[in-house]
Design a protein around this ligand. Structure first.
Ligand SMILES: Nc1nc2c(ncn2[C@@H]2O[C@H](COP(=O)(O)OP(=O)(O)OP(=O)(O)O)[C@@H](O)[C@H]2O)c(=O)[nH]1
Ligand SMILES: [Mg+2]
Length: 463
C-alpha cells in the first residue's frame, strides 16, 4: 500500500456514461425476394460509470492524476437483426469511507464497506431498430430510434480518513514527526504551527498487525468551533478506532504543559461530539493512548516523568517517546497494534455488501402541458422528453412516429382540452430547449390508422 507522502483526500471527478447506440433501419434482402421484412437491430446500451469500495485502494490519488473517466458507448444496431453490443462499464475502485457529492456539496452517497457499489452516471438506452418498431399497422418502418446520451456530470469524492489510529495534539507537538518515524510516509515537518494542512496517512506494521495512522492537523482551543484548522480536520478522525494524544514535553510556550494540553484537546473532542449530534459514534468513547513526546530534550524527559502518574491515575496508558531519536517508539507501536486488534475483534461481522442505487428521476405524470399564452403550449414530462431524444428529425416517418406516441399518450386530447386552437405553436421540451411544432388537429387522437402512409403525416411538422 502506498504510504501517504502525497495523501489526496478530495478530488473533482468528471464522469461520462456511454451513449446508447442508434437503432438500425434496414430491410431484409434475399435473392428473388426483393422486399423482405424490416430487420434492423437495436442499438446497445451505453456503459455506466460505477464506484466500488475496494479496501485495497488507500487514496484518491489516482483520480487526482486522471480526473476524466468515460464509459463505452453502445454500438449501433445492424441489418439482419444484429443488435449493437452494450458499451463497457467503467468500474472505479475507491477507498472505504469515500463520500460522493455534487460540486455544490450535496451528498449523493457515503460509500462504506468492501464491495459497496454506486452507479454514479447511467449509460444511455440504445435506440430500437426498425424490426422492433414494426407492428401490424406499420409493417415496414423506414426509421429507427436514436440512442440516448449517457449522463455526464462532475462529482466530488472526499475521503473521510479511515485510519485506525488518529494522532491528535497541539500544533508542533510532533505528530507528523511520529508518522514519519513509524511509517514510510514522509509528511512535511517544521518548527512552526499548522505545518500540516491536510492529514497524512501512514501504514504501520507492528508484529503481524498492519494498521494506518493519520496525522491530524494541529488542534487548538476552539477548534470544534472552527478556530484554527478545526472542524474540517476533526472529521478525519471520526472513523478511527483509537486516539493517541501526542503531547509536547518540550514546549516553552507559557500556560502549556502536557496535562493542560491534554485537557484542552479532550474538551475540543467533546465539543465536536456535541456538534455532530447523536447519529455519529462519539469520539469520546474511542480508547486513548498518551504519547509524551520529545523526551530527547533533557527538560522534556524530566517533565514527562513528572506528569506520567497524573495520566496513569486517569487510567491512561502512557508512553514516553522521542520521534527524533525513536526512543520508546517500538512500545508505542505495539500498544497501538493491540488497540487496533481488539477493536477489530469487537466489530460485528462485516455487513453484506450494500448496493447504492441513485433513485431514478421521480416518474410524475406522464406529461405536462403549460400554456405560454398566445396560443402557445409547452409539453414536458419524462416520456415526451425521452421520445424527443430518440427521434431522428431528418426522417419524416420518425417524426410521424413521435406524433403517434404523443397522441397515444393523450397529448392531443389534452391540448384540445387546454384550449389549443388549430395552428397552435406546440413546444416539446423545456423552456430553454424545446422543439417547436405547428399543431393541426385534423382528426381525433387514437385514429391515426386513418392517416395515409407514414411519412406524409403533416399534423406535426418539425421546424
Ligand atoms: N527534539 C525533538 N523535536 C521534535 C520531536 N518531534 C518533533 N520535533 C520537532 O517539533 C517540530 C514540530 O514537529 P511536527 O512533526 O511538524 O509537529 P506537528 O504536530 O505535525 O505540527 P502541525 O502539523 O503544525 O500540527 C519540528 O521542528 C520537529 O523537528 C522530538 O521527538 N524531539
Ligand atoms: Mg504536522
Amino acid at each position: 500500500m502506498a504510504a501517504g507522502a502525497q495523501f489526496i483526500d478530495r478530488v473533482v471527478l468528471h464522469v461520462a456514461a456511454g451513449d446508447g447506440g442508434h437503432g438500425c433501419a434496414s430491410v431484409h434482402r434475399e435473392k428473388f425476394k426483393p422486399l423482405g421484412g424490416p430487420d434492423g437491430g437495436n442499438g446497445g446500451r451505453g456503459g455506466d460509470v460505477i464506484l466500488v469500495v475496494d479496501t485495497g485502494t488507500a487514496s484518491l490519488l489516482e483520480y487526482h492524476r486522471r480526473p476524466h473517466r468515460r464509459a463505452g458507448n453502445g454500438k449501433p444496431g445492424q441489418g439482419s437483426h444484429r443488435n449493437g453490443a452494450d458499451g463497457e462499464d467503467v468500474v472505479l475502485p475507491v477507498p472505504d469511507g469515500t463520500v460522493v457529492m455534487t460540486t455544490d456539496g450535496q451528498v449523493l452517497a457515503d460509500l462504506v464497506g468492501e464491495g459497496t457499489r454506486f452507479v454514479v452516471a447511467r449509460g444511455g438506452r440504445g435506440g430500437l431498430g426498425n424490426a422492433a418498431l414494426a407492428s401490424p399497422k406499420r409493417k415496414a418502418p423506414g426509421f429507427a430510434l436514436l440512442g440516448e446520451e449517457g449522463e455526464k456530470l462532475d462529482i466530488v469524492l472526499e475521503l473521510k480518513s479511515v485510519a485506525d489510529v488518529a494522532l491528535v495534539g497541539f500544533p508542533s507537538a510532533g505528530k507528523s514527526s511520529l508518522i514519519a518515524a513509524l511509517s514510510a510516509a514522509r509528511p512535511k515537518i517544521a518548527d512552526y504551527p499548522f505545518t500540516t494542512l491536510t492529514p497524512n496517512l501512514g501504514v504501520v506494521e507492528a508484529g503481524d498487525t498492519t494498521f494506518t495512522v493519520a496525522d491530524v492537523p494541529g488542534l487548538i482551543e476552539g477548534a470544534s468551533r472552527g478556530r484554527g484548522l478545526g472542524l474540517e480536520f476533526l472529521r478525519h478522525i471520526e472513523r478511527s478506532s483509537t486516539i493517541v494524544h501526542v503531547l509536547d514535553c518540550a514546549t516553552l510556550e507559557p500556560g502549556r504543559d502536557p496535562l493542560t494540553d491534554y485537557e484542552v484537546i479532550e474538551k475540543e473532542l467533546q465539543a465536536y461530539d456535541r456538534a455532530l449530534g447523536e447519529h455519529v459514534r462519539p469520539l469520546s468513547d474511542r480508547p486513548r493512548l498518551i504519547a509524551l513526546n520529545k523526551i530527547d530534550v533533557p527538560d522534556g524527559r524530566e517533565l514527562a516523568e513528572l506528569v506520567r502518574p497524573e495520566f496513569e491515575e486517569r487510567g491512561l496508558k502512557v508512553f514516553e517517546v522521542s520521534a527524533a531519536t525513536r526512543e520508546g517508539l517500538r512500545e508505542l507501536s505495539f500498544a497501538m497494534a493491540e488497540m487496533v486488534r481488539s477493536y477489530r475483534a469487537s466489530l460485528p461481522p462485516p455487513e453484506p455488501t450494500r448496493l447504492v442505487i441513485r433513485p431514478e428521476p421521480v416518474a410524475g405524470a406522464d406529461f405536462t402541458i403549460k400554456p405560454m399564452g398566445d396560443n402557445t403550449y409547452l409539453i414536458g414530462g419524462t416520456k415526451p422528453l425521452r421520445w424527443l431524444r430518440q427521434t431522428d428529425f431528418t426522417n419524416d416517418e420518425a417524426v410521424g412516429y413521435l406524433a403517434d406516441r404523443l397522441a397515444r399518450l393523450g397529448v392531443e386530447e389534452a391540448l384540445a382540452e387546454a384550449g389549443a386552437k388549430p395552428g397552435a405553436t406546440v413546444m416539446i421540451g423545456t423552456e430553454d430547449d424545446a422543439v417547436v411544432f405547428d399543431w393541426e388537429p385534423e382528426i381525433a387522437a387514437g385514429q391515426t390508422q386513418a392517416l395515409g402512409p407514414r411519412g406524409t403525416d403533416h399534423r406535426l411538422e418539425g421546424r
